[in-house]
Write a protein that binds this ligand. Sequence first.
Ligand code: GLP
Length: 243
Amino acid sequence: MKRFVGKNAREVSHFAAELISDLIKKKPNTVLGLPAGKTPIPIYRELVRRFEKGQIGFQGVSTFNLDEYVGLASGHPNSYRSFMQEHLFGQINVSPSQVRFPDVAASDAEAATARYEEAIQKGGGIDLQLLGIGLNGHIAFNEPGSSFASRTRVVTLAETTRKANTREFTSGEEVPRQAMTMGIGTILEAQKVILVALGGSKSKALAQALEGPPTEDVPASALRGHPDLTILADLAAAKRLSP
Ligand code: GLP
């Protein structure tokens, strides 16, 4: 496991963007696994900045998002698809055919989850999976109790997660109760995994994930079994880690 602790979110995000840019330069047809949430916003901003300066291009890149809410109307402003469009895809040179999301609109959800797994395989597998971490140690929407072997599926969100995500639903609408998410087993198959944690509120989950016993109670602890894991944290998120 590699670990980088930056002074603040800016330093961490620049470092993450550098790792992603380096990979795209080395392998222009890179397959990225991407999260939504507050954590990656400054990373996406930095990638957009590099694109605008002509330092990187995304023409060969394809992406698979980690998860999506179930039950939001297509094009809903709080869907993760809309989030990605706003923060990244709408500002770089990717076409709709290059980006994939779990198909939450499908009438047969189980078939849709199987298709998502197949699409990842057919795309050559994920080269780099970027992850945030939930307050309860979740990754993607794999809540505590998720099997480390889990695959893409529909899950019920923990109340702590719904509460944390109310900030995204400013219209007063309820946070959905379900989501479609890549499984932990799916995530662990990525060639390279980068977990980013920013802010003191993540320090407990991060310490449990990295230094507590690997357990399904802390989904991110599964990542310690990954051969190419990089942890990027700011000082506040890293404050409970042993030196
Ligand atoms: C969300 C997402 C995760 C994300 C995590 C942390 O609910 N499903 O993919 O990494 O929780 O979110 P944030 O970055 O907003 O703290």
